[in-house]
Design a protein around this ligand. Structure first.
Ligand code: GCO
Length: 475
């Protein structure tokens, strides 16, 4: 896609920075994408020995088996069944049927050569009402999954919350209710006890920003509310839940590591004006520092707090001692990177780089380098994992555009390692096509194609390419 078209799109108001809207126009990079590095191309510089080559998924997006073996509903089950919420009326009831096909999916991961796999636990599969007695069959699924990963030499990276709040807790206010942070920490403790050291890396929350911006502000994700004040309270309670879960792990004798997975987007001014620079600093607060500072420094950025009116409910939600809990030292930080943000002098967002089928995405591999080196500069040497990075494309099998994307982002990741960033692993989003939230099954993010009618899995070109990269330990 040419820049001219992008600017037209931006002018028409169809692109809006890195927030994930509920709907988007299909765009395809293929005609303009550079040629991919084929398997015969010479390898670039090697990644460090032991670098983790991974892929990521999440429970609601792949598992299906929504009503089986005692699983309770989550907010996403309820949301999907409300008319008009999801494109084509799709739901995650069956999704990629991973709950039943996990063994062949594990074999598929092994065949690719993955050394790391990031998945999430469905809270309401192990605790059907979010609290109380464990559903043994649900827990058993995750035990078998973790065992199967170990048998294949793949390290599990387990996310505890990938947006699927148990519906029973939502009926008590969900994350609007401060108690949810405690319920989450109790659930986390249950998982730590059950899986213990067999999980070397836990991730507390996935992208709290998306819950705040899309679930509670735009209202196009579950639970579908549109209330910015409430959204910010939810954001605080999510962070509190993160801190309490980190503390819950510290209370065990295990050796696992823990951290959050944040979606981060470097913000750049769209022009040279002082006003654009000022607006960019504000955007950086909202996109990045508002999440990074509490988790890694134990305070909210003052300039972000200053954007909250004196009577904003989030101010009352922040109690004494909360920030110390939220800032409990993490062992690792998960970085979800999809692209950059460009900010105008009036605070608007425009795109200056290509997009993908997901039109909120502004593709800029250099932004990944800037982001990783910035985290090192501003927050120190916490070990980093890229917990998500990828693009949607309409190319069902010959996804050369995705190969170009992955190649350029891996090159940027490699440069950041050369610049001293402690980057340990890379998880592309996603292992296989799956339920893409409000977009249903219309956006395909996998390197493995899923035919949702037959549930047949087929390697895309990108899967074969990634397999070669992993085998070489180099792009
Ligand atoms: C997210 C989620 C994933 C999405 C992916 C593509 O980061 O939004 O973690 O569940 O599917 O990002 O939008």
């Amino acid at each position: 896609m040419r820049r001219r078209n992008l600017l037209t799109l931006a002018a028409a108001g169809t692109v809006a920075g890195c927030a994930k809207p509920g709907a988007g126009t299909a765009e395809n990079l293929a005609p303009d994408a550079p040629d991919p590095a084929g398997s015969s191309s010479p390898a670039g510089p090697a990644f460090p020995e032991g670098f983790g080559w991974g892929a990521a998924t999440s429970a609601y997006q792949i598992e299906g088996a929504a009503n089986e073996d005692g699983r309770g509903p989550s907010v996403w089950d309820v949301f999907c069944h409300e008319p008009g919420r999801i494109r084509n009326g799709d739901t995650g009831d069956v999704a990629a049927d991973h709950y039943h096909r996990y063994v062949s999916d594990l074999d598929l991961m092994q065949d690719l050569g993955l050394t790391s796999y990031r998945f999430s636990v469905s809270w309401s599969r192990v605790l059907p009402t979010g609290r109380g007695a464990v559903n043994a069959k649900g827990m058993d699924f995750y035990q078998r999954l973790v065992d199967g990963l170990h048998e294949r030499g793949i390290a599990p990276v387990v996310t505890l919350f990938h947006w699927d709040t148990p519906q029973a807790l939502q009926e008590l206010g969900g994350w609007e209710n401060r108690d949810c942070a405690k319920w989450f920490a109790d659930y986390a403790h249950t998982m730590f006890t059950a899986l213990g050291d067999r999980v070397p890396t836990w991730l507390t929350l996935n992208e709290p920003k998306t819950v705040v911006d899309v679930g509670y502000t735009a209202g196009t994700h579950a639970p579908g509310k549109r209330d910015r004040n409430l959204a910010n309270v939810v954001g605080h309670h999510l962070l509190l839940g993160h801190g309490l879960a980190v503390q819950a792990l510290r209370g065990t004798t295990g050796k696992s590591r823990i951290g959050a997975a944040l979606s981060l987007s470097p913000a750049y001014p769209a022009d040279d004006s002082a006003a654009a620079a000022h607006q960019t600093a504000i955007a950086d607060g909202e996109e990045n520092r508002r999440w990074l500072d509490p988790v890694l420094r134990g305070h909210y950025p003052q300039d972000w707090l200053d954007t909250q009116p004196a009577d904003a409910p989030v101010r009352a939600a922040i109690k004494d001692g909360d920030l110390a809990v939220i800032g409990t030292q993490s062992d690792v930080l998960g970085v979800n990177y999809y692209g950059t943000t460009h900010v105008t002098s009036t605070g608007g967002r425009i795109m200056v780089h290509p997009t993908s089928q997901a039109t909120w995405q502004e593709i800029d591999p250099n932004g990944l380098y800037d982001l990783l080196t910035r985290i090192k500069r501003d927050y120190g040497d916490i070990p980093l994992s890229i917990t998500e990075n990828g693009m949607a494309t309409t190319n069902p099998l010959r996804d050369e555009d995705r190969i170009a994307f992955l190649r350029d982002h891996l090159a940027a990741a490699h440069r950041s390692i050369q610049a001293g960033v402690k980057l340990e692993s890379y998880h592309l989003w996603s292992l296989m096509d799956n339920f893409e939230w409000a977009e249903g099954y219309t956006q395909r993010w996998g390197i493995v194609n899923v035919d949702f009618a037959s549930q047949r899995r087929t390697h895309k070109s990108s899967a074969d390419w990634y397999k070669t990269v992993i085998a070489r330990n180099a792009v």
